[in-house]
Design a protein around this ligand. Structure first.
Ligand SMILES: Cc1cc2nc3c(=O)[nH]c(=O)nc-3n(C[C@H](O)[C@H](O)[C@H](O)COP(=O)(O)OP(=O)(O)OC[C@H]3O[C@@H](n4cnc5c(N)ncnc54)[C@H](O)[C@@H]3O)c2cc1C
Length: 417
């Protein structure tokens, strides 16, 4: 059994940023998870990031580790806005950040987390176990993919969720229906079309909301009227991007309302020419039922009050995500019961702590408490320093009051990789 002060579950942008901040604060910690797995395994090669370059930084406590610094080091031309940022470049940047600032990532999964005598006990997928005083869950969107009920009964061969891609080569030459009208649907449609799939998008909306290419330089007046912010332009975006603690102070119902109305289905500027006129799009269309017939999936759809059917070799539900901590099977029942209010949504303190003392949630699962910025990498600039500060202080107080005999934790030995 090994021991550490803080275990971070997840080695994506949030977990890595937090690890960098904990190191700077002198807190012994252990970061667990396959580094950047969601980005490497479950996003399609060739994808471009939706977020602007300046809003795609992992967050370090010191200067020198932004995406811009990485571009400079590689001798590549950087532009904060209006620059196409390929998935592969972003992953390479994140790995560079990790290799410089994140010590000893253990590429293992946590298979169980429970509370024992005021500590947390973690069982790891390689058979080892770990005891920690504090635990931070940074699992991104894992487990939260939402598939419409009508598609849920289809065999895996015929239906999947956009959260699972990955390589798209399997769909070359095939008919693929995509349900959804947001960035995931449009991005997948472009990539599938370009590799030789025939794509049909089915969306409820009456049209696609395309974001215009942002002008890189604007006058003072234009910037005053619509200031730049991590999530987009305008004062509302500025509030949501930069003041998650103010968002947290709103009542639950108001927060819910803002979440529902913010950043709905839309497409990035660089997708428009790759989708419009290239793939079939049915607007105001809803899937009523789905069945497999003669090795194809047949979708019965209703479109502007007319019923018809769409046949495809495969249907992809690009229908988003819904936070539900009950989906994390590794959490013990008492932890899930204690942290989940309102259908699996965690209610967090202003320091990202759950109702279980010492257990924190950061990243997309914290969005209902801190706003839509937490669904994006940009939110790490708020979450990582805040949680690191809170943990460092709590550990100091615990050591001073003799709650814990020592403030030092030991890290696990390195795995051979
Ligand atoms: C298709 C797509 C495109 C996106 N594009 C953008 C974009 O352009 N810009 C943007 O800001 N956001 C984008 N997002 C959102 C972005 O993915 C999240 O904001 C971000 O990844 C959250 O980071 P994270 O560190 O919380 O989690 P993730 O990056 O998802 O990392 C999760 C980590 O948890 C680990 N893990 C999983 N299970 C376990 C376990 N049991 N034990 C231990 N570790 C485990 C994984 O190995 C991984 O290291 C996109 C999302 C999708 C689905």
């Amino acid at each position: 059994m090994s021991f550490t002060d803080t275990a971070i579950i997840g080695a994506g942008p949030y977990g890595s940023s937090l690890a960098a901040h904990l190191s700077a604060a002198g807190v012994a910690h252990q970061i667990l998870g396959q580094p950047m797995r969601a980005w490497i395994n479950f996003m399609p090669p060739g994808m471009l990031l939706r977020s602007e370059a300046f809003a795609s930084n992992l967050h370090a406590p010191q200067r020198g580790f932004t995406l811009e610094d990485y571009y400079r080091q590689k001798g590549m031309r950087y532009q904060p806005m209006g620059m196409e940022l390929p998935l592969e470049t972003f992953v390479d940047y994140a790995c560079w950040f990790q290799s410089n600032l994140v010590d000893n990532i253990q590429a293992v999964d946590v298979v169980s987390l429970r509370r024992v005598d005021g500590h947390f006990q973690l069982a790891l997928s390689d058979g080892r176990s770990l005891v920690a005083r504090k635990v931070v869950i940074a699992l991104g969107l894992k487990g939260f993919a939402q598939t419409p009920v009508v598609l849920q009964g289809l065999p895996e061969r015929y239906a999947s969720h956009s959260a699972l891609y990955g390589d798209l080569a399997w769909a070359q030459g095939k008919d693929v229906a995509i349900v959804g009208g947001g960035q995931s649907a449009l991005g997948l449609a472009a990539l599938l079309h370009e590799q030789g799939s025939r794509v049909h998008i089915l969306m409820r909306e009456a049209g696609v909301i395309w974001h215009p290419r942002p002008q890189a330089s604007r006058g003072i007046l234009a910037r005053l009227v619509r200031p730049d912010a991590g999530l987009g332009r305008g004062w509302r975006s500025l509030f949501l991007s930069e003041y998650p603690r103010l968002f947290h102070m709103l009542g639950r119902a108001r927060r819910q309302q803002i979440m529902e109305k913010s950043y709905g289905a839309s497409g990035a500027w660089w997708l428009r020419d790759r989708v419009v006129g290239k793939v079939t799009i049915s607007f105001q269309t809803e899937v009523r039922s789905a069945a497999v017939e003669k090795d194809q999936v047949i979708l019965r759809v209703i479109s502007e009050n007319r019923e018809s059917s769409v046949a495809a070799d495969h249907v992809i539900a690009a229908t988003g995500f819904k936070t539900d901590m009950r989906q994390h099977a590794f959490l013990s029942k008492d932890i899930v019961d204690a942290i989940s209010v309102d259908g699996g949504l965690p209610e967090l303190t202003s320091n990202f702590e759950t109702q279980v003392r010492g257990l924190y949630v950061i990243g997309p699962a914290s969005a209902h408490s801190f706003g839509p910025v937490m669904r994006f990498v940009y939110g790490a600039r708020h979450a990582a320093p805040s949680v690191a500060r809170h943990i460092a202080n709590a550990l100091k107080v615990g050591a001073r009051d003799g709650v814990w005999p020592t403030a030092e934790g030991a890290v696990l030995e390195r795995t051979s990789e």
